[in-house]
Design a protein. Structure first.
Length: 328
């Protein structure tokens, strides 16, 4: 039985990846930060087959202990402070977890592996935010990185550190440069879930409007459940490498609002939107669109869920949640 350790098990990617690996017969371990993690029950309910370990990406010794217990064949580092807007408010903490945390888990894997650098196959969750002020459209694995947020800068550090450990020590270490990927499990602070929840509440008469930032920004949005399969496929390759994981199609936040409001029968949504400068990024990333050709060709991976289906799925989920809560 193949054994895997997932950091960031409480996030949407961690939950979908755990489900995928369990379905393939893996013995799955998840790293939980803190004794009273508020998402502990969620993980236990969603993926009861996962064995949970306590650890922290900022504490090398805890990572070594987790590796000794899990004895993994594969490690998926999904743990990060992943909300971009928060990274301007807490740049140092974001750097410690999202950046230096990658170094800690890489070093822990290297030490655990001993004389066999390929004993553990390692996946690093890199991000399209690394492209930032994009230098070419679409963005591919060779595109110059120009991050525009403390989060993006931290992700660049982790990305290059993964490459450095691969080249310096011969580790089977791969990075997935994932473009925006969403799901009904997305946190409410992210714009897609913020919109899907607000639209559901407006439809049910529980909310009057949505306060937004830049609604002209464009993103390449996919379904998180599809993207975790790409992660797994990377670690099944004979040689480690880096891959852009994206749909190759871009949509604006205006289009996101169109689909979400149309799902609940509202065509003219202008009166429900308020814009607030507080929700504008200090340095905006205007157009992110990935070129997934390498992942398509070498991994045999293609996204299955299209943009409209994804947003409608999220709105339907939030309608169910809000109806249930209102009924109570």
């Amino acid at each position: 039985m193949t054994r895997a350790l997932i950091t960031g098990i409480t996030g949407q990617d961690g939950l979908y990846l755990a489900e995928l690996l369990l379905s393939k017969g893996y013995d799955v371990y998840g790293l939980i930060r803190g004794q009273n993690n508020p998402k502990l029950d969620l993980v236990r309910e969603t993926v009861p087959g996962v064995k949970l370990l306590t650890g922290d990406l900022t504490d090398l010794s805890s990572l070594l202990r987790a590796l000794q217990v899990a004895q993994p064949d594969e490690v998926y580092n999904l743990g990060a402070i992943s909300f971009v807007a928060y990274s301007w408010e807490n740049a140092m903490l974001t750097t410690d977890v999202t950046g230096k945390g990658v170094l800690n888990i890489l070093e822990a894997v290297r030490l655990y592996s001993g004389d066999d650098p390929t004993k553990v196959r390692f996946y690093q969750a890199s991000s399209s935010e690394m492209f930032g002020k994009v230098q070419e459209v679409p963005q591919r694995e060779s595109t110059l990185l120009w991050p525009r947020s403390p989060y993006g800068v931290a992700k660049v550090f982790g990305h290059y550190m993964t490459i450095n450990y691969r080249e310096s020590y011969g580790m089977h270490a791969s990075s997935g440069i994932l473009f925006n990927h969403e799901s009904p499990r997305r946190g409410y602070e992210f714009v897609t879930r913020k919109v899907s929840r607000a639209v559901a509440r407006i439809k049910l008469g529980l909310q009057d409007d949505i306060v937004m930032g830049n609604i002209d920004a464009k993103r390449d949005w996919g379904f998180a459940g599809d993207y975790v399969e790409a992660m797994w496929r990377m670690l099944q390759q004979d040689q480690p490498d880096d891959y852009v994981v994206a749909t190759g199609v871009t949509h604006s936040i205006r289009e996101l609002l169109d689909v979400a409001f149309n799902r609940v029968g509202i065509e003219d949504w202008a009166g429900y939107i308020k814009q607030d400068p507080r929700f504008m990024r200090p340095a905006e990333v205007d157009l992110l669109i990935g070129d997934p050709a390498k992942a398509n060709d070498q991994l045999g991976w293609k996204p299955k869920v299209a943009f409209q289906e994804l947003i409608e799925m999220m709105v339907d989920n939030d309608l169910d949640i809000e109806r249930t809560q209102a009924g109570r």
